[in-house]
Write a protein that binds this ligand. Sequence first.
Ligand code: NAD
Ligand code: TYD
Length: 354
Amino acid sequence: MKISRKSKILVTGGAGFIGSHLVRLFVNKYPEYKIYNLDKLTYAGNLENLKDIEDKPNYEFVRGDIVDGDFILRLFQKEQFDGVIHLAAESHVDSSITNPMEFIMTNIVGTVNLLNAAKYIWQDNYQGKKFYHVSTDEVYGSLGDTGLFTEKTAYDPHSPYSASKASSDHLVRAYHDTFGLPIIISNCSNNYGPNQFPEKLIPLFINNIQNNKPLPVYGKGENVRDWLYVIDHAKAIDLIYHKGTIGEIFNIGGNNEWKNIDLIKVLCKVTDKMLGRDLGTSEKLITYVKDRAGHDLRYAIDSSKLQNELGWEPSLQFEEGIEKTVKWYLDNQEWLENVTSGDYQAYYEKQYGN
Ligand code: NAD
Ligand code: TYD
């Protein structure tokens, strides 16, 4: 009798914010899979995020760079993955404005290296194979006061980050249309929750509130984002990976739009309460600064396809999610200190110093 081996799934960027929640979910939920976490461990990748599962028998960490095509091909030849869930990316819009080339290399060239390796080892025999590309709603550009992004909205990216993600999405689609590669893509709205690197709005502001540092609001703070708790994103990826039809695109969103300034006031209130400070203390830290170049006004997602076809819905209300998030950062000082030392200080000075 043939002994069937465990299905092997490669997750790229698994030491990052969303990737670490996804890896934990898959390792715990699917003992029948072997999960490989491939990560370069840039400033945004942190193995501390996965301490609780690193000794599990169905988990393996591989350090490597997706931009290195030869390395990627050798890895695929050695491990013969059955599935790929691709999250590795440069992900911060502000950094893409100061250093676009990193984004072109990792987000575009890195994605093509993975597509080429998958195509090569699967040798056009795609039965049971899947290449899942994790993308962002930012590829659709900016909305006015009304309307929602659907899966049919034309791409109109404005930042080097969103343009590089749009490019990678097009390439993934092209490998499906040209070579029949079995792909799925999802485009998700802004995530929040534990383990997010404090360059992004929510963890940066919680950290600054704690340290009584200014809260730098870009422009008038009127830009709108649709926020989703990171574990709900991970659960959506799980559902789409297993139940989504090959070749399809799914939008994922929280149906939870907030103007930046309103969200920041909620953050101040929740954090003040948890720190036992007088209400209103942290709002005084709000400082309006020069707007981000090319700043998209509003993102909002229509995720009815995912809800109607696969029955997904976000599990957490925003109030509960934001309280859990603030509590996590306040309880995890060591994590914050580790990731905000060294290079972070230099980044912060450059981005926000005068
Ligand atoms: P992140 O920046 O927290 O993590 C990215 C991870 O990729 C890090 O662990 C980093 O070390 C790794 N990485 C970077 N370059 C690499 C390379 N060349 N080779 C191998 N590994 C490399 O990002 P995130 O917020 O977790 O986002 C993950 C994915 O989800 C990205 O593709 C992003 O575009 C997408 N996304 C993010 C959001 C969001 O709100 N954060 C929303 C929608 C989609
Ligand atoms: P961010 O977390 O960088 O996510 P994205 O740009 O991918 O949506 O920013 C969220 C919003 O917060 C965005 O409109 C920019 C704004 N913002 C600030 O006002 N100040 C800041 O210091 C940062 C990092 C973001």
